[in-house]
Design a protein around this ligand. Structure first.
Ligand code: PAF
Length: 284
């Protein structure tokens, strides 16, 4: 596996692969790999001829009060894991390589980025959309793989791909969970053993809604479903709810009836410090 820091060298390698007719997959990441990342890499390796994993802790998607400076990092471990999955290249640029001095251009996706995490983290999705558009322009992948845990991000990336005419297929990969149901996330490394237990309340609240929808189908009342799940989270002494909402998957608009492709998404803060998100499709 090649480890490359420069855009020019990455482009040269990709252009050689393209001339040989290879199909190229991109797995954009911010590192500190867990099984969720490895699943994305395995999917790419299984679908394409050449897999590029980008590792870039993108400063523009972190708010001033957020965890950019302490974001977990393990460069050597990440290289070993990506190599173990069969990745062909890790693209690991320095911030100055991606954001050249004097850069002024941003990509923002209007409607989809407004609610949920967009409200709690102003500017976050503009940072994500900008860096993802840059990665698409640098690599020109045929496929790009993103986890469904960040479902709002996934839909925003689908929209920007369509709106900016990128010729890449976006593949959403189901959430990988710990045995107890906790959605895997690099930020889980901030949790103590007891906080890991506390954090489970989000998954339990989402599951509660899922179970009721399976049982009651169209008759399930959205306000009532939501109220029950919110009450469960509010009982927890260590977790604060940021949002919990049932939306249509395409528009991300809140629904008044659970019909068609709906999904429940939520975010909590554990011990006031650690923000975790999760979601469940309500139609499976
Ligand atoms: O999901 C992530 O890890 C990041 O938001 C992404 C897509 C790599 C952009 O920095």
């Amino acid at each position: 596996m090649r480890i490359v820091r420069s855009i020019t060298e990455t482009r040269e390698i990709v252009s050689g692969w393209r001339q040989r007719g290879h199909i190229i997959g991109l797995v954009p990441t911010m590192g500190f790999f867990h099984q969720g990342h490895l699943e994305l890499m395995r999917m790419s390796v299984g679908t394409t001829d050449k897999t590029i994993v980008s590792l870039f802790v993108n400063p523009t998607q972190f708010g001033a009060e957020e965890d950019l400076d302490v974001y977990p990092r393990d460069f050597e471990g990440d290289c070993d894991k990506a190599r173990g999955c069969g990745a062909d290249l890790m693209f690991c640029p320095e911030p100055g390589e991606i954001y050249r001095p004097g850069h002024q251009t941003e990509v923002s996706v209007a409607g989809l980025a407004e609610g949920m995490c967009g409200l709690d983290r102003p500017g976050h999705f503009t940072g994500v959309a900008t860096v993802v558009a840059k990665l698409f322009n640098i690599i020109h992948p045929d496929y790009a793989f993103f986890g469904e845990k960040d479902f709002q991000q996934l839909q925003i990336i689908r929209q920007l791909t369509k709106d900016l005419n990128f010729s890449v297929s976006i593949v959403g990969v189901p959430i990988v969970r710990e045995d107890n149901g906790l959605a895997m996330s690099s930020r889980n490394s901030y949790l103590s053993e007891s906080e890991r237990q506390d954090a489970l309340v989000l998954h339990q609240a989402l599951q509660l809604i899922w179970r009721r929808v399976q049982k009651e189908k169209d008759a399930a009342d959205v306000d009532d479903l939501r109220a029950q799940a919110v009450a469960l989270i509010e009982k927890s002494s260590f977790c604060t709810l940021e949002y919990l909402t049932i939306v249509d998957e395409q528009s991300l608009h809140e629904v008044s009836q659970v019909r068609g492709r709906c999904r429940v998404l939520g975010a909590i803060r554990v011990s006031q410090r650690i923000r975790l998100i999760d979601n469940i499709a309500l139609y499976r």
